[in-house]
Design a protein around this ligand. Structure first.
Ligand code: EPZ
Length: 439
């Protein structure tokens, strides 16, 4: 098991090429289950969760002729075992595709995780509305449907993977589906665009209301995984907390509005621009515009952030376009050395404050009252050995270590490796003194 050592106090500066998005790549990989044609994905992130999804897809019958070149000529198995699902909850994303393609699926219940109970009742309710017979037995979901039917379903909560599962299932169902209160996260919209490039008939992507007219089969796909907005904001937070200045690209301006505003509320200077990117955007742009038949090709920019001292501000997490829960821990690290007192209200997950006790060991002054954390900014943090507990909590501890006086050891960095690609190399490239060592 590895740990990360960080010697804090260095102002970060430089330019970062943003790695591609795990939370977009995972569902995009599942699209290979929905067609017997080739599905080629460029820029799959090199993170642990992608390896887990690769293994699962291969178990189910997908072949990968070359990195990212998938083809599922036939489904070989309809079973996603607990062994793999417990390690990666996003495995639930094979449920919709298996039901749609094969009419059957046996998927282990994901179980909870450190940040909450993580139920999947809405996934199952929506599939039942499409005519699926679903039973739970021995910790497994047994689902079957001769052919899924179009439905009219309003999601009780805009679940991200739930919306993606239902969108994939409805794309091959018989008839038209109307969904209300669908998640609007950019990753959901990305999958909708990819499905449309495969011939799915989807209207309303990017909004909470979707109309999907099922088709009998889908064609193949050539797609590039988009940049990871959550990794991007984590690096911007590294500049904010160290009082540095960094530039990140490519950056999708429509994906982080609430986050950019909060950086500005903390008195960071943020600049979004397109020069120096034209050639690069040109390549990206043309790649995407070739792929997005009829969809609005997205334009990528670059964003830079610089900061001196940080000002306190209040945050309330919410589904997109609100402030993302996946940025909460990173901003708490920044606010722990901001000038003044801040409140963070975590409304999406019931237990996403595991980083609080560790930040307090580094000198942060944080009080918890149910779903609200009150952070009283301190002059500075001091390095300590701290324990990572989940993906974004780990990122918050790395950020705190970058700003702290002395050395910080972050233990159990396997949590971090699930969603951050080469984090120590990227941070070293920005001037951080950070290195990996056996724990
Ligand atoms: C996705 O998880 C992301 N994971 C999470 O990122 C992210 O935090 C989350 O969306 C919210 O943005 C992937 O995309 C792989 P949800 P997901 O279903 O889809 C309740 C990371 O750090 N809910 O939107 O599992 C649930 O209890 C990870 O990269 C139901 O009640 O999240 C939770 O409170 C962590 N019933 C809320 O919705 C359901 O059927 C949000 O869950 C489903 C969800």
């Amino acid at each position: 098991m590895d740990c990360l050592w960080i010697e804090g106090g260095k102002r970060l500066s430089g330019t970062l090429e943003v790695p591609s998005s795990k939370n977009a790549a995972l569902p995009l990989m599942c699209l290979s289950l929905m067609t017997s044609a080739p599905v080629s994905l460029e820029a799959l992130p090199a993170v642990a969760d992608i390896e887990s999804m690769r293994a699962l897809l291969k178990d189910l019958g997908a072949e990968e002729a070359a990195p990212g070149q998938f083809q599922t000529k036939n489904i070989r198995s309809i079973r996603a075992d607990y062994e793999i699902v417990r390690k990666m909850r996003a495995s639930i994303l094979v449920l919709g595709p298996l039901l749609a393609r094969e009419g059957r699926a046996e998927v282990s219940l994901p179980g909870g995780c450190n940040i909450g109970d993580r139920p999947i009742d809405i996934h199952l309710e929506g599939l039942r509305e499409m005519g699926a017979k679903i039973e739970i037995e021995g910790g497994y979901i047994f689902a079957s449907a001769s052919r899924l039917k179009g439905c009219h379903f309003s999601l009780p909560f805009p679940t991200v993977t739930g919306s993606i599962n239902l969108m994939m299932a409805a794309s091959l169902a018989e008839g038209v589906s109307h969904f209300e209160n669908m998640a609007q996260e950019p990753e959901v919209t990305e999958v909708a665009h990819a499905l449309k490039a495969m011939g799915a008939k989807i209207e309303g992507e990017g909004t909470a209301q979707l109309r999907i007219e099922g088709v009998s089969q889908l064609s193949g796909l050539n797609w590039r995984v988009p940049p990871d907005r959550i990794q991007l904001l984590t690096y911007l937070a590294a500049a904010a907390i160290t009082g540095g200045e960094i530039r990140c690209r490519p950056y999708d301006q429509s994906s982080l509005g609430a986050v950019i505003q909060k950086f500005k509320d903390m008195s960071c200077q943020v600049e979004e621009r397109r020069e120096e990117m034209l050639s690069r955007v040109g390549n990206l742009h043309s790649t995407h515009s070739q792929l997005w038949q009829g969809a609005k090709a997205r334009e990528y920019l670059e964003v830079s952030l610089s900061a001196d001292s940080l000002k306190a501000t209040d945050i309330e997490t919410a589904p997109f376009p609100g402030f993302p829960t996946d940025a909460q821990a990173q901003f708490m690290a920044c606010l722990s050395i901001a000038d003044g007192s801040s409140q963070i209200h975590e409304t999406v997950f019931e237990n996403r404050f595991q980083h609080v006790s560790e930040l307090k060991r580094m000198g942060a002054q944080i009080k918890l009252n149910a779903a609200v954390a009150t952070i009283k900014g301190v002059k500075g943090l001091s390095g300590a050995s701290v324990m990572a507990s989940d993906l974004r909590a780990s990122a918050s501890l790395v950020l705190a270590g970058l700003a702290a006086k002395g050395k910080t050891q972050v233990l159990r960095v396997y949590h971090l490796d699930r969603g951050y690609e080469n984090i120590e190399e990227n941070l070293q490239g920005l001037g951080a003194r950070i290195w990996r060592a056996p724990q």
